[in-house]
Ligand binder design. Structure first.
Ligand code: S3P
Length: 433
């Protein structure tokens, strides 16, 4: 599917962004391991999270979609059964990595596969700690790529230092450790999103976090929960940047998750001069949420790297659009993880922004960009990556001549209503070829 976008009007009024993808995955996965019925309100129904639901059903879990709520009937920590077929994780790295941990202590056979992109993303980072715990896992290219063939067994606790700041790897180890008597210790390089830890604590798990070290004592059943999932700050980020850049905008984004491990994008936009106000701060299911008010403002360049990167890693494609339109130069460093996302995001950002007329240079772990670009019309590609597709959609609000985006359906991975929402502020011509 192609879309054509050409300039936009100021972004005003209110918008509800879709429910948080990371929290939706975890709510249904942990619900499946709890003893009894969990109720999830505002569950994200997108390709990635529905892949997780499909895989859990393959593992014998009943998940009922009742419209307003999703009901998950957990059978406890030992309640999964051997899937009768290969489990297809689609495009979702979170599904594959978290499920690898979830099944690691089961002696039955699980085969996890995914689409072309997912089968080329590094899996060694989860395979290594899970094998240290005692699971047997095989993957293509000597255990680097999926399909993964997992045959678990009696696991032992480990003390493990994460070589990358990855919430998916951390969560995979925690899921495997839940069933092990004894204490597993995980040391993080830099703090990454902590939704799994928060949810596990709420479910009664013996989990403690001190500085960047997590301790989990397994062997205790989890209590089912009722959750309401907050709005996804990673989806809100597109509108934050759009409203900053389109003069005359004033937009309210309701019920957005503002967990500190995810708010790097707000910090950096404020550093760039953005006007973003948080109001109605409250707690929803153990997670901080707020309404965000964003008004257009002139932005200036910024230099980012280090520990802030994991807190905004998914927002770098849209931050790049902001940087290309800010006054002065910007640099993104320490973001080599972008190379192994749904596509090589460093290359994809640079190729697309260059096509739009920006001056941008690729570095091994990020990019350099000179701001104040006047985007021209061009043909750009999502490369099948949802966040690239949406970043290009927002870039389309800023051009006189049309932007044509190919593989625009990628938005369905995390934000199926994106083109519909964008159409409020511009005319989006959709070409379903
Ligand atoms: C996610 C963690 C991050 C993030 C991804 C979602 C999660 O990946 O980029 O979109 O839900 O745990 P890594 O764990 O690879 O950093």
């Amino acid at each position: 599917m192609d879309v054509m976008i050409q300039g936009g009007s100021p972004l005003t009024g209110e918008l509800h962004v879709p429910p948080d993808k990371s929290i939706s995955h975890r709510a249904v996965i942990l619900g499946a391991l709890a003893q009894g019925r969990s109720i999830i309100r505002n569950f994200l129904r997108s390709e990635d999270t529905l892949a997780t639901v499909r895989c859990l059903r393959g593992l014998g879990i009943t998940v009922e979609d009742k419209g307003k709520v999703l009901e998950v009937h957990g059978n406890g920590l030992r309640g999964l059964r051997e899937p009768s077929n290969v489990l297809d994780c689609g495009n979702s790295g979170t599904t594959m990595r978290l499920l690898a941990g979830m099944v690691a202590s089961y002696s039955f056979l699980t085969i996890l596969t995914g689409d072309d992109s997912l089968r080329n993303r590094p899996m060694g980072r989860v395979i290594k700690p899970l094998m240290l715990m005692g699971t047997s896992i095989e993957g293509r290219k000597n255990g680097v790529y999926a399909p993964l063939v997992i045959k678990g067994g009696q696991l032992r606790p480990i003390s493990y230092r994460l070589p990358v700041a990855s919430a998916q790897v951390k969560s995979a180890i925690l899921l495997a450790a839940l069933g092990i008597e004894g204490e597993t210790e995980i040391r993080e390089l830099a703090p990454s999103r902590d939704h799994t830890e928060r949810m596990l604590k709420a479910m009664g798990a013996r989990l403690q976090v001190k500085d960047k070290v997590i301790h989990l004592t397994g062997g205790h059943e989890l209590l089912p929960q009722e959750y309401t999932i907050p709005g996804d700050i990673s989806s809100a980020a597109f509108w934050l940047v759009a409203a900053c850049l389109v003069p005359g905008s004033e937009l309210i984004l309701r019920d957005v998750g503002i967990n500190p491990s995810r708010t790097g994008v707000i910090k950096v936009l404020r550093q760039m001069g953005a006007s973003i106000q948080t109001i109605n701060e409250r707690l929803l299911g153990g997670e901080a949420v707020a309404d965000l008010i964003v008004r257009s403002a002139p932005l200036k360049g910024v230099d980012i790297g280090g520990e802030i990167i994991p807190t905004l890693i998914d927002e770098i494609p849209i931050l790049a659009v902001a940087m290309a339109n800010a006054k002065g130069e910007s640099v993104v460093r320490d973001a080599q993880e972008l190379r192994v996302k749904e596509t090589d995001r460093i290359k994809a950002i640079c190729d697309n922004l260059r096509a739009l007329g920006a001056e941008i240079e690729e570095m091994s772990d990020g990019f350099w960009v000179r701001g104040s670009a006047k985007f021209n019309g061009a043909e750009v590609n999502s490369f099948g990556d949802h966040r690239l597709a949406m970043a290009m959609g927002i870039a389309g609000l800023l051009t006189q001549d049309p932007i044509r985006l190919t593989r625009a359906e990628a938005v369905n991975i995390s934000y199926p209503g994106f083109w519909y929402d964008l159409n409020r502020f511009t005319s989006v011509e959709i070409n379903k070829i």
